[in-house]
Design a protein around this ligand. Structure first.
Ligand SMILES: [Zn+2]
Length: 303
């Protein structure tokens, strides 16, 4: 009797152990583990994979992915994944310092290398805890062109099918639904921009290159931060810019401070948010953020 009881206890303990491990987030054996290094790509993998896939996105919420500096534990976590989905377009500048298994790496923008935008002679600016930075080199917010975002989703789907051929049908169904959502946003943006072709717009930060190209936006960017009052020289330069580019809207990554927004209003410039969503949003997901962006942009074309 005793041994049977102990055997039962042992089994129970084992089961509880498995349950505890699962609750702690360790994926059950056989689950495809995907890591992504920019949020839009992580979102695509989550949509394609559904419950059959674990998607790890290791970048803290307050870090802009292009400025992420992975520590050793981050690199080890990436190495343990079955697949590492990169944005590419030179977003992952940390890659030069990290050894990752080539077989697991997928550059989701490799399929449109010839359509990447290279920025020359960008101004270096200094601000905040991140210090100086420039936007010279390859522009990386590829997913703001929703057609390119669809291609990145395709690349993610292809890599996931290769790793789990038995789930290919399920992945394809999910990928199709995702691509339908992306195509809807793409069409809406095209329709909005076509209402006033050439409407002058301002960008607060030089990160909207792919958005401007895809949707034909007449966009000129400054290099400002939403919570940092630009110095007087910047305001002088803005007035000069407005003289030849009479924009009435500035597109921001996040809501600008009241002081900045108020001063812009005096120049006849209203602010709106088009969040690039490079990191996981506090509320909603990539799709809901993009839907809000589209609605925000619509107001600029109604003025
Ligand atoms: Zn910048």
């Amino acid at each position: 009797m005793l041994s049977r009881t102990r055997a039962l206890q042992h089994t129970l303990a084992m089961l509880m152990g498995i349950a505890a491990t699962t609750a702690l987030g360790a994926p059950p054996a056989g689950t495809l583990r995907v890591a992504a290094t920019v949020y839009p790509v992580a979102y695509f993998a989550e949509r394609i994979g559904g419950p059959a896939v674990t998607v790890e996105f290791p970048i803290p919420a307050d870090v802009d992915p292009p400025f992420w500096q992975p520590g050793i534990p981050d690199i080890i976590a990436l190495q343990k994944a079955d697949l590492i989905l990169l944005n590419g377009a030179d977003l992952e500048k940390w890659r030069a310092r990290a050894t990752l298994p080539q077989m697991k790496l997928v550059d989701t923008s490799a399929g449109f290398k010839d359509r990447l935008i290279v920025v020359d002679n960008a101004v270096t600016h200094s601000h905040g805890p991140g210090g100086q930075h420039t936007h010279s080199g390859t522009a990386y917010t590829t997913w703001l062109d929703l057609e390119l975002a669809g291609q990145q989703a395709d690349a993610a789907g292809q890599a996931m099918r290769r790793k789990r051929p038995t789930l290919a049908t399920r992945f394809n169904t999910n990928l199709d639904a995702l691509k339908t959502d992306l195509a809807t946003l793409d069409r809406e943006l095209k329709t909005i921009a076509a209402e006033k072709p050439g409407l002058p717009l301002l960008g607060s930060h030089p990160i909207y290159q792919y958005l401007a190209r895809r949707y034909g936006l007449n966009l000129q960017s400054v290099h400002w931060e939403p919570n940092e009052m630009p110095p007087e020289t910047e305001w002088v330069a803005l007035k000069q810019l407005l003289a030849r580019h009479p924009a009435r809207t500035m597109i921001w990554e996040a809501e600008p401070s009241l002081a900045i927004a108020g001063r812009l209003v005096k120049l006849g410039v209203h602010s709106l948010v088009f969040n690039p969503c490079g990191n996981r949003p506090a509320d909603g997901d990539f799709l809901s953020v993009m839907r809000t962006n589209v609605e925000n942009l619509r107001t600029a074309y109604r003025h």
